[in-house]
Design a protein around this ligand. Structure first.
Ligand code: NAD
Ligand code: UDP
Length: 342
């Protein structure tokens, strides 16, 4: 098939003999978080179909899985209905969407449609299969928050017509659609709100702060702090996040509403720059650039709900997560990768 590069869906087989393996779809499975999810779900004994249009995803992220029994890839844009030829799914992780401001703003209409139409297509497929859905929402639904830390019952402070709106409002609309569809169709839908997550397999040209600072520090380039660096984020290592995703999807009671997943350890962007420069032993200088429009000033998750419902909390401290991320980027070269969208 051209367009839908369907590499051997027919060869999917139970990974462990004797296990009635679940079949699980991961949209966005070739992306940063999605590829780690594919690894973890396969490890659990399920079959995985990775569905991705490779907009920001990379073959390199899933290359190690290609020949693994029980793993298949479908190149497909979730803004279009999922092909009928796919197997029946027990679970669908809906993670397809560019997450870096640089990339989700490069085609805002496409981003909004990925969020909205993509969610609808996933829901329709889930209803057909009676599959459970775990949807990757975001801390961006809180916008530039007026309360701190952010708990799930805060409705947010989002500009509906700014440069970030395609993503923020797209994700908010998706939450509405998922919630209403689930109620009307009696479907098992679970929503997680992910806070800044980082780690190996981020693209060197991803554009988010951790990958930018690490690649800049390693290459001796100027570290680009936007604004005065006083804005805060709370960074979660990807392994912690993926563990939380699996718990959220598999907790037998389901989720009563959206659940924050993130690391409450808050740091300023300026402190992050200093830490990365120190850890890499870099001679890079810090330069200050204009703060992007609507850039949130503070962000920290209240994770009481995740602790109570899932028994989950992050375990990897920032320094350790950064060490593993720096190590990963040391083995990477920007030149190896084609630009986003090519
Ligand atoms: P990413 O850009 O690395 O991965 C997104 C994946 O989705 C890519 O593989 C991309 O090719 C794919 N994709 C994009 N549009 C698609 C479409 N229309 N059809 C099919 N595939 C498509 O980003 P990530 O950091 O891995 O984020 C994954 C998910 O988690 C996203 O939904 C994002 O909104 C959410 N999230 C991430 C973070 C974070 O800090 N990493 C925070 C909040 C929410
Ligand atoms: N940021 C920065 N330099 C960069 C990239 C980002 O100072 O090279 C800042 C950005 O303005 C924001 C924070 O780091 O305040 C986190 O940005 P990121 O794009 O990683 O995620 P988001 O804004 O979506 O939380």
């Amino acid at each position: 098939m051209v367009g839908n590069i369907d590499i051997g869906l027919a060869r999917a087989a139970p990974v462990r003999a004797g296990l009635a393996a679940r079949t699980v779809a991961v949209t966005g499975g070739a992306g940063f978080i999605g590829s780690h999810l594919c690894d973890a779900i396969l490890e659990s004994g399920a079959r995985v179909v990775c569905i991705d249009n490779f907009h920001t995803g990379r073959w390199e992220n899933i290359h190690h899985l290609i020949d693994r029994p029980g793993f298949d890839v479908l190149e497909h844009d979730i803004a279009h209905p999922l092909p009928a030829s796919l197997p029946r799914f027990d679970q669908i992780y809906n993670f397809a969407c560019p997450a870096s401001p640089v990339h989700y703003q490069s085609d805002r209409v496409r981003t909004a449609l990925t969020c909205a139409q993509g969610a609808m297509n996933v829901l329709e497929r889930a209803a057909q299969d009676a599959a459970a859905v775990l949807h990757a929402s975001t801390s961006e639904v809180y916008g530039d928050p007026e309360i701190h830390p952010q708990s799930e019952d805060y409705f947010g402070n989002v500009n509906p017509v700014g440069p970030r709106s395609c993503y923020d409002e797209g994700k908010r609309f998706a939450e509405t659609l998922l919630t209403d569809f689930a109620a009307q169709a009696d479907l098992d839908v679970r929503i997680i709100r992910i806070f800044n997550t980082y780690g190996p397999r981020m693209r060197p040209d991803d554009g988010r702060v951790v990958s930018n600072f690490v690649t800049q520090a390693l290459e001796g380039e100027t570290i680009t702090v936007y604004g005065d660096g006083a804005q805060t984020r709370s960074f979660c290592f990807v392994d912690d996040l993926v563990r939380g995703c699996l718990k959220a999807m598999n907790t037998p009671r389901g989720l009563p509403g959206p659940v924050n997943l993130g690391n409450p350890c808050e740091t300023t962007v300026g402190e992050l720059a200093e830490l990365i420069v120190a850890m890499t032993g870099s001679r890079s200088e810090v330069s200050y650039r204009p703060l992007p429009v609507d850039d949130p000033r503070r962000r920290r998750p209240d994770i009481r709900r995740a602790r109570e419902l899932l028994g989950w909390s992050p375990e990897v401290p920032l320094r350790e997560g950064l060490e593993r991320t720096i190590h990963y980027f040391m083995g990477e070269s920007r030149r190896l990768y084609a630009p986003v969208g090519s």
